[in-house]
Design a protein around this ligand. Sequence first.
Ligand code: ZN
Length: 72
Amino acid sequence: MKKFIITFLIFIFTNLAMISPVFAEPVMYNTQTQKVHKVSCPHAKKCTKNCIKIERKDAYNKGGVPCKTCGG
Ligand SMILES: [Zn+2]
């Protein structure tokens, strides 16, 4: 039983490391300028036409550049 609990805990921790909240967090990605904004960024709020809400890792995979105001 003790062995089972340890295996279970290791399983939980490895999965938590893989699903990092920083990379899974949604961001606003400007498809035209390729700027990556936090959802709360004032630029993201102004950007309604070219911005899409995607996961941070996807935005940087597409060649996203962090915003100078909010840091992406
Ligand atoms: Zn920004």
